[in-house]
Design a binder for this molecule. Sequence first.
Ligand SMILES: O=C(O)c1cc(C(=O)O)c2c(n1)C(=O)C(=O)c1cc(C(=O)O)[nH]c1-2
Length: 257
Amino acid sequence: MKHDDIPTPHLAAIAGEAPWASDEFEARLREKGTSYHIYHPFHVMMAEGKLTQAQLQRWVANRYLYQVAIPVKDANILANCPERDIRREWIQRILDHDGYAIGGVQDDGGIEAWIRLGEAVGLSRDDVVSERLVSPAARFAVDAYVTFARQRPWQDAVASSLTELFAPHIHQQRLDTWPDKYPWIETDGLQYFRNRLTQARRDVAHGLRFTLDYFGQNRALQQRALDILQFKLDVLWSLADAIMLQSCEIEIRGPKA
Ligand SMILES: O=C(O)c1cc(C(=O)O)c2c(n1)C(=O)C(=O)c1cc(C(=O)O)[nH]c1-2
């Protein structure tokens, strides 16, 4: 689908309207942060120290699905993108998560750091990588994101990564609250969150620059970028819903549920 061929009626209706200035467009994207999953009751409970060890373990185990999906999602963006300049910057995201060993330099990557987080909360490596603790609904939520990047124009998939605008705040919140609220977690296990503080800011600077520029061409595209960001916020919210429901089940039926 090409972007000059916008089928959605509400976008067609505003196609003739003047685009918002870039700073207003950016402010509207940032306003979407009010529905970020940091406000989901499960994440609020997490920050308040109200989760049991079993609940926190389920969160890490389910979120592993998202961690392994991200580089696959990014590989789909690369595969769909004919622009070398974009690919040169975007490829870094895959290296961040998968790690690399190039010319004697090695980085184990974010997926490995996430597995170590799993170990720090008391799971075994196999508990995490086998995905046997994940809920079916969490899998649907994560699949929706990968499928979006696979099937939609690569520019849409770039815009869908912009929830990362809000991610440093939630990573910092965990770094600030977990040592006090969950002192049983080894602090080495929190390295994933420390790494993401800089990686997410760099990613988002690139993704935001592109989105403001490309989707800034007209009002219909600007609205489309906002709709895409809402879709991605909904993916993250649904993932948290799935984890919260599963963690209620284990409270009721015990850890074998
Ligand atoms: O822990 C979180 O709450 C959280 C949220 C998000 C996000 O907002 O999409 C990402 C991450 N973490 C993250 O660690 C990460 O690497 C990441 C990549 C992306 C993306 O869409 O490309 N989102 C996120």
